[in-house]
Every structure is written in C-alpha cells, then in structure tokens.
Design a protein around this ligand. Structure first.
Ligand code: FE2
Length: 311
C-alpha cells in the first residue's frame, strides 16, 4: 500500500543552487502542500476539533495595530469551521501546535517534506521536526523576534509580508540570542522602525514558502485577508551545536560575568557531554506548549469581532 500523502515533488522549483543556499540565505520556493488536501478549510476545521487543548494556542490582539497586549482565548463549543470564520472577521491568531504528534497523516507529510530536503541535500540530516498551522486574521502582526531552530513558513491561503533582517549584532545582539535561548524573554526583541530600511521584504502568496538564516530576526504582517500558513521547524547537528555553544555562553556570562565568549558553533569540544545531555532534556521541556492559566475570550462566530469576552 502506498501511504504517501504527496504524489509529486513538494518543492516544485528546486534548483542545484538551493543546496548551498538553504538555511544560510533567505530562500523562497514554490510548494505543492495544497495538493495534499490536508490544508483546505474543511480539513483544517477537523484538525482544530481534533487538537488537544494544550496544543491549541488562541490569542486576540488589541484594536490598535501596534498594541502588543495579548488576550488568551479558547475554542469553547465552536466547530473548527466556525473558528476559521471567526478568525476571518476578527483580530485573532490561532496556533495549532505539534500537529504531527496527534494527527498521523500530517506526520507522514512532514516526513515526506524533510525526506525530500534530505534527498536533495546530502549531509542535511534533521531531527526534532515540528509542524504547526497558523490561522490568523486580516492585518494580524507577528512582532519582531528570532527563533532558536531552523524555520520555514509555507503559505496556504491569503497573503502576508515577511520582513527578514540581517543577523548582524546591530539587529540582534549576542545577549539577545542568549536571552532567547535561555527563554528569558517572550521572544520579542528591541525593534526600531529604521530597521526596515535594512530588511528584505518577501510577499508570501499561496503555494510559496520561505526559509531564512538561523537566528535572523523577522516579523510578519498579514495583508487584509485571512491567512493560513504552515510552519515547520527542524534541528540539524550544526543548529544544535550553535544552540549549545550560545546557551553555554549565556550561562557563563551570567555565572562568571564573562564577556566576549566565542560563539563559533564548531567549538563544542569545550562543552562537556553531560551538560549537552542536560540541555537536551531541558529543551524538550521548553518546546512543549505554554500553560495558559486564564482565558480572556471564547470563539463566537456570530459576534462582529468573532469572540465573546470571558472577563
Ligand atoms: Fe518566527
């Protein structure tokens, strides 16, 4: 029996040059995820209903475009399709996390995606792969931040602007990298409007995906339409080494007040194996979903902003 989800190449316009560019430079490619049938509104409506509550992140944004105040929400009795409808007219942001852990057909798809990448890039070996789905309202923002692992963003429906900034210390200081790795911040970083003069702007449309250099700061702004995107994360040995070294430097800086530590990601021999194992376990805990204690709203597809206040 053929259990493949995809019948053709998932990336449809891969070229030899992408082997050296992927993960190092910004790479924008065309994809066929939509052909899998796993990302239609109907399919995702069912995914929302299947999603364990600890993996369903739902937030609402304030009325002001730059209002960073975040409200936490829940699905309540709404169907998945009603949730999508509510998000389409509201100012909300739904994060369906770790889909591959509880929906096997998405695990198959994720394995196919990375199987294809690994077949095209000898030496590119990934682990701790993650697939999430983001469903977000027209004009929603994801603020300036950076991520600790390899990332790619795959557009399914609607369109958005992705701004990717240089990795230099002007845009992300080593202290900021360490803070992110040590989870001392909520991943929002200091941002100035003039940073945009140095950003690469990508207009992401359905059927397009983008991947960027490790730790490159970025922010996202939806166009005036519902947005459905898949996010994929991965680790490689090199990304892990970089993490361990930066993390080690962060700990050293705090415990010894050390300045100017080396951040060369091949210097792992200085890092004791026991400490690396400790990090590995800690990271596993960090990756699990946030615990939300209090909910501020519930999905209400009939209300004008798609939600009902709980407080
Ligand atoms: Fe990100």
């Amino acid at each position: 029996m053929n259990s493949m989800v995809m019948q053709a190449d998932i990336i449809s316009n891969w070229e030899d040059r992408h082997e050296s560019l992927f993960g190092v430079e910004l790479v924008k490619l065309n994809h066929r995820l939509i052909d899998s049938g796993l990302f239609s509104r109907e399919a995702l409506g069912r995914v929302i209903e299947r999603c364990p509550s600890e993996h369903l992140g739902l937030r609402a944004m304030g009325t002001e475009i730059d209002d960073p105040k975040r409200m936490e929400g829940e699905l309540g009795n709404a169907s998945g399709m009603e949730a999508i409808e509510a998000i389409e007219k509201g100012r909300m942001w739904m994060n369906i996390r770790r889909v591959m852990d509880w929906a096997p057909e998405y695990k198959t798809l994720l394995d196919e995606v990375f199987g294809e990448f690994e077949a095209r890039m000898p030496g590119f070996k990934t682990f701790k792969r993650n697939l999430g789905v983001l469903i977000s309202s027209p004009n929603a923002n994801v603020f300036y931040h950076a991520d600790i692992q390899g990332q790619s963003l795959w557009q399914i429906e609607g369109s958005k602007s992705v701004y990717i900034y240089p990795r230099s210390e002007i845009f992300i200081t080593p202290e900021n990298v360490e803070k992110i790795l040590l989870r001392e911040t909520a991943e929002d970083m200091p941002y100035e409007n003039w940073f945009d003069d140095y950003a690469t702007h990508v207009d992401l449309k359905p059927g397009e995906m983008v991947s960027w250099p490790l730790y490159a700061p970025h922010r996202v702004k939806n166009h005036d339409c519902l947005n459905i995107s898949a996010t994929m994360e991965h680790w490689t040995r090199q990304i892990w080494n970089s993490y361990a070294v930066h993390y080690g430097n962060g700990v050293l800086r705090r415990t010894l007040g050390l300045k100017n530590s080396s951040t060369r990601d091949h210097g792992l021999h200085v890092y004791p194996k026991a400490a690396a194992t400790f990090l590995w376990k800690k990271l596993g805990k960090q990756i699990t979903g946030d615990v939300v204690k209090q909910r501020d709203f519930r999905i209400d597809a009939k209300s004008p902003n798609g939600r009902a206040s709980l407080r």
